[in-house]
Ligand binder design. Structure first.
Ligand code: CDP
Ligand code: MG
Length: 696
């Protein structure tokens, strides 16, 4: 592929690259990265936040809320919790919490901080993500956790009394859980004047968060007096230490960003001096594809290819792979990290000098009217593009190659992303708030209000699931039990139904598999072999039953990694499935369920799945020769994803677990159903569907 690059129009004074050109991330440049890429020189004292240590501690002491803005890599996440601990915030038996929207970031920063403090991970410094708790209540002083896990903790401890300071990190990402958390923390603050909040982020949108935390007139009055802290939020900007990044744009729009990113990497490798390359793609599929292509090209085309180390970075990679990504590049080598937008701000990679930005990321989009939530590869915002470019200026002046035109950047890209709460299905969010006793959800104090249509849809689904009653209150026991299980309410519901249907062992296995990214080992070059391997397990009933076959095989093999390898199954993912399964069995027993197996009665398994996923029922179009389905509810066109065992089989009636959109809307994880189950199981949901679907 031939591509022509054009440097951005230079406007050296610009602090922000609204119109392209050189991106000045900050004014103060240090030229002291004397060691190669500056690994050794990045001592704790050298991080930009260090200069602000006293000020941060003073602000936290005297203000209920402190907002800290600082460029990625300035030390916010790893240092501030340590400062707080040193200042005694964890001495009174309460811990310091630091939330992250992403699990991988939680693990990565917790390991790093434990290492810096010279303690064992899980003792003074620990972390909790869903299904993995590496903390020790009596000794853990600094705890990293996902925003979602902190929300769950509120179900047992509504005022979060375990913590003295809560740092809501990466607030600019505006994940759904972060937004809910901000709303709830604002409430908690009124009841707990001793609690301190730190809200930290990488971009400059401090004003809107600050406005959100302004005390209302009703609550103002006592501030600054006696021991109670000021209620007006404090804002602190940490000046970064990034280097200039020169932006290059493609001259013409490109058709295939995976191939274009591969050629750009090869070009950089051939023509540019040493320095690691960070490529932003969208998800496991395109990242694995690009990694494969780069490895192949490096082998065949490029002369000095031995120097490339190609590493993927997305949430499904193993701990060992994570370590490779974060460890220093060996001398004489060049690392190419191909990442989702996790590397945009959540984690810092040292040594990156070149960034290749596809201009896309995978985003959730929800449309309440046809009631469809999609995971879509969508254009990023200007704010994201700037963050991505900034990753190239960590250790010395860098370059960013944008795989889109300057004209596109200037005229087409939106300035900011849309908060996740405004583009997601709200079923989980509603049930969590209900479980926390927040009944008036539309009247909740949101940092950004969700759409009323989406809210109504969520209430409707929860009502049909039997989770809410007609007054929109949680039902007892089903509603409370569904809220208790740390899964999507639809999955929690199928676990509960499996109790009556006598197939809880099977459904728990399925729920565990659905909680991991993929149990198949994806390998581009070996698509045919993977498909053949899948056929060995494929069940006519669909993917969920196929998972049960894989699980059985795995147990019969004695949980062997060789067996997994031979069958194109991801051993790490299977180990994770076993762990999650155990946790879910414990939760189920706690809820009073008696775990039972239905042996080989797959009809009850499919029925149990229907009790949670009836809203995702689809029918094959009668005259469709290309496998087109329509959703029963919104008449949307959908297709079975090629990764499904039912791809090309095209049974008439199916249910899907999730949708992804590329050129079309694809259903992922599909099973066959009998349409009469729909009206039997969800009469409320299908009653105004016109003629009974079973009569078609
Ligand atoms: O949160 P923020 O982006 O401000 O910075 P940080 O994550 O606290 O990173 C501060 C420094 O620690 C950077 O130099 C990182 O490269 C380093 N770090 C690391 O080497 N490994 C990690 N897992 C996390 C941070
Ligand atoms: Mg951070």
């Amino acid at each position: 592929m031939s591509m022509f690059w054009k440097p951005g129009t230079e406007k050296p004074q610009l602090l922000d690259d609204e119109e392209g050109g050189v991106l000045f991330l900050s004014s103060s440049q240090s030229s002291s990265s004397s060691s190669r890429y500056g690994y050794a020189s990045m001592g704790k004292q050298r991080l930009p936040v260090h200069k602000y240590r006293t000020e941060i501690l003073y602000l936290v002491e005297t203000h209920a809320t402190t907002i800290i803005v600082g460029e990625t890599g300035s030390g916010k996440t790893t240092q501030i919790p340590q400062y707080l601990k040193e200042a005694g915030w964890a001495d009174g038996g309460r811990a310091i919490a630091c939330t992250q929207p992403r699990r991988l970031a939680v693990q990565a920063v917790a390991s790093r901080v434990a290492e810096e403090m010279g303690v064992k991970l899980g003792d003074e410094v620990g972390y909790t993500i869903r299904f993995e708790d590496i903390t020790n209540t009596s000794v853990t002083m600094i705890k990293f956790l996902t925003d979602g896990v902190l929300l769950r903790e509120m179900m047992d401890d509504p005022l979060l009394t375990k913590y003295s300071v809560i740092m809501v990190d990466e607030a600019h990402e505006r994940s759904i859980s972060t937004d809910i958390l901000l709303g709830l923390l604002k409430k908690i603050q009124r009841r707990r004047p001793d609690l301190r909040l730190i809200i930290s982020s990488a971009t400059i949108d401090a004003k809107s968060i600050s406005a959100f935390f302004q005390p209302s007139k009703r609550h103002r009055g006592l501030e600054g007096q006696g021991l109670s802290p000021r209620k007006e939020p404090a804002i602190l900007s940490v000046e970064g230490r990034g280097f200039d990044v020169r932006i290059h744009y493609v001259e013409e729009p490109i058709a295939d960003y995976v191939r274009a990113s591969v050629s750009t990497v090869m070009l950089i490798h051939e023509q540019e001096p040493p320095g690691d390359i960070l490529v932003f793609l969208t998800g496991q599929d395109d990242i694995d594809a690009a990694a494969q292509l780069i490895t192949e090209e490096a082998r065949t085309v490029v002369k000095n290819s031995s120097g490339l180390i190609v590493l993927p970075l997305y949430s499904g990679i193993s701990r060992a792979e994570q370590e490779l990504v974060f460890s220093p590049t060996p001398r004489g080598k060049r690392k190419v990290v191909i990442s989702t937008n996790i590397a945009e701000t959540s984690v810092t990679l040292e040594g990156v000098v070149y960034v290749v930005d596809s201009g896309f990321s995978k985003q959730r989009f929800y449309n309440p009217i046809p009631d469809i939530e999609n995971l879509v590869v969508a254009p990023i915002s200007k704010a994201s593009a700037r963050q991505r470019a900034g990753r190239a200026g960590r250790v010395r002046p860098g370059k960013c190659y944008r795989l889109y035109t300057e004209e596109y950047f200037v005229n087409e890209m939106s300035a900011e992303g849309i908060p996740e709460i405004q583009r997601s299905i709200l079923v989980s969010c509603v049930i969590q708030l209900k479980a926390l006793g927040i009944d008036n959800i539309l009247g909740f104090d949101w940092p950004a209000s969700p759409s009323p249509d989406a809210m109504i849809r969520a209430l409707e689904v929860l009502y049909s699931l039997g989770v809410l009653d007609s007054d929109a209150k949680l039902t007892s026991p089903v509603g409370f039990q569904v809220a208790e299980i740390p899964l999507d309410p639809m999955v929690s519901k199928i676990i509960l139904s499996s109790n009556q249907l006598g197939c809880s062992e099977e459904i728990i296995t399925i729920a565990a598999v659905l909680s991991v990214q993929s149990i198949w080992f994806s390998s581009r070059g070996a698509q045919k072999e993977l498909d053949e391997a899948k056929l060995r397990f494929a069940a006519a009933e669909g993917d969920h039953v196929t998972f049960l076959n894989v699980y059985k095989g795995f147990l019969q093999s004695g949980k062997s990694s060789q067996w997994c390898h031979k069958n194109f199954i991801n051993y790490q993912a299977m180990k994770k499935v076993m762990e999650i399964r155990e946790q879910l069995r414990k939760t189920a027993k706690k809820l009073g369920m008696v775990l039972k197996s239905c042996d080989n009665d797959m009809e009850v398994v499919r029925k149990a799945i229907t009790t949670g996923f009836f809203a995702n029922a689809c029918r094959l179009e009668a005259y469709s020769h290309n496998g087109m389905y329509k959703t029963l509810r919104g008449s949307q066109e959908v297709f079975i994803h090629p990764s499904s065992v039912l791809f090309r089989v095209n049974p008439k009636w199916v249910l899907y677990y999730s949708l992804v959109s590329t050129d079309r809307r694809y259903m992922r994880n599909v099973i066959t159903i009998d349409p009469s189950w729909l009206t039997e199981i969800a009469p409320h949901f299908y009653h105004h569907q016109g003629p009974n679907p079973a009569t078609h």
